[in-house]
Design a protein around this ligand. Structure first.
Ligand SMILES: C[S@@+](CC[C@H](N)C(=O)[O-])C[C@H]1O[C@@H](n2cnc3c(N)ncnc32)[C@H](O)[C@@H]1O
Length: 345
């Protein structure tokens, strides 16, 4: 499938308007604080944006960030402004045309930003070990609508885990299906190129991530995808797709379930652009100043990561009170009517 995808993104598509579905074309509302940063990005780069979500996690200043499947570089150039002159953003993509386009616009963006902190590598996200990237050297790895296109998602997760620092996170948007995809859909070159054919069944993704050391994946945001093109719709049958942003922390002590140790956190309101509240994920919308009960895993996601200095922590791991209330199974995504299908912490 590598060649099919390279042809799709390198030769068939010229800009976002050529896409046949809204899978690789993000409808997420851009927050106000991000708009001026996006306005600094060259129009030609913006017009070749094929992402499906918003991959701007907070607290990137001075951090090392890697973007997998960076395409023409829109997210790299946005994140470069957040990482600043003391930080660094590296983009990886396998399609020469996409990467050449990003590279051509590197100097322009350095001039606009007033510093150089971006580099690009041609390569496969399944073979990150072939690139000159130091293991354990990235604070944050992002990706926007790419992992579904990979024929070896286990290798991608393994490579990401190897490159992250302990306490680092993989924050990425991708497409998921509500069931395992039939072969007729998986083998269709257009459906594959449009980020549908290679999408994982969401629960297989959770298993795969866990197997590669990313325990307790956290869903940040999602939206149902709408396919209206009649020929594609017929091919897809009953399969439904969702674009979703997950954050996966590299924390060796996370537990497979959310356990209750009677702990709580208080957010100090000190993360830039997130003064009133901090949203860790769909189930943790943490208001500034309010005592917020958390499970042991959430505690670690805040205490053993770059977020630590922005919280006060109450309690410890000395007493276990059983399973943390509110955890459950079931599809975690919103339905087309906008309601969460089932809650899970
Ligand atoms: C849907 S586009 C998204 C591009 C970019 N993230 C954006 O938001 O505009 C997918 C990109 O992933 C790249 N890609 C797909 N599979 C890849 C792989 N196995 N290794 C490296 N890059 C890959 C493609 O070349 C393409 O540029």
């Amino acid at each position: 499938m590598h060649q099919t995808v390279k042809d799709y993104y390198g030769k068939i598509l010229n800009n976002s308007g050529d896409l046949k579905t809204n899978a690789c074309c993000d409808a997420t509302q851009v927050p106000m604080w991000l708009k001026p940063l996006l306005a600094n990005i060259h129009d030609d780069v913006q017009s070749r944006y094929y992402g499906c979500g918003l991959i701007c996690p907070p607290l990137l200043e001075g951090r090392r960030v890697l973007d997998l499947g960076c395409g023409s570089g829109r997210d790299v150039f946005a994140l470069a402004q957040l990482a600043g002159r003391r930080g660094e953003v590296v983009g990886v993509d396998m399609t020469e045309e996409q990467l050449a386009f990003a590279e051509q616009h590197r100097e322009h963006h350095s001039r606009v930003f007033g510093f150089k902190n971006v580099s690009f590598h041609l390569g496969y996200i399944e073979n990150l070990e072939d690139l000159p990237l130091e293991p354990g050297s990235f604070d944050v790895i992002v990706s926007n609508c790419v992992v579904n296109l990979s024929p070896d998602k286990n290798a991608v997760m393994k490579g990401v885990h190897r490159l992250l620092k302990e306490g680092g996170e993989f924050y990425f948007s991708d497409v998921y299906a509500d069931r395992r995809i039939p072969e007729s859909v998986a083998n269709d070159p257009v459906l594959y190129g449009e980020c549908l054919g290679g999408a994982l069944y969401w629960n297989d993704f959770v298993r795969l991530a866990t197997r590669q050391g990313f325990i307790d994946p956290r869903l940040v945001d999602d939206r149902p995808l709408v396919v209206t093109e009649p020929v594609l719709l017929k091919k897809l049958g009953a399969v439904k797709f969702h674009s979703a942003t997950y954050r996966l922390f590299k924390l060796r002590e996370l537990e497979s379930a959310c356990e209750d140790y009677g702990q709580a956190v208080v957010y100090r309101g000190t993360i830039p652009e997130h003064q009133g509240r901090f949203v860790l994920d769909r189930h943790h919308n943490i208001e500034t100043g309010k005592v917020f009960p958390v499970c042991g895993n959430t505690w670690r996601m805040l205490h053993e990561t770059r977020f630590a200095s922005h919280f006060d922590f109450i309690g410890n791991f000395n007493t276990h009170y059983g399973i943390f209330p509110g955890c459950g199974g079931g599809i975690p995504f919103k339905s087309e009517e906008g309601k969460a299908l089932k809650s899970c912490c």
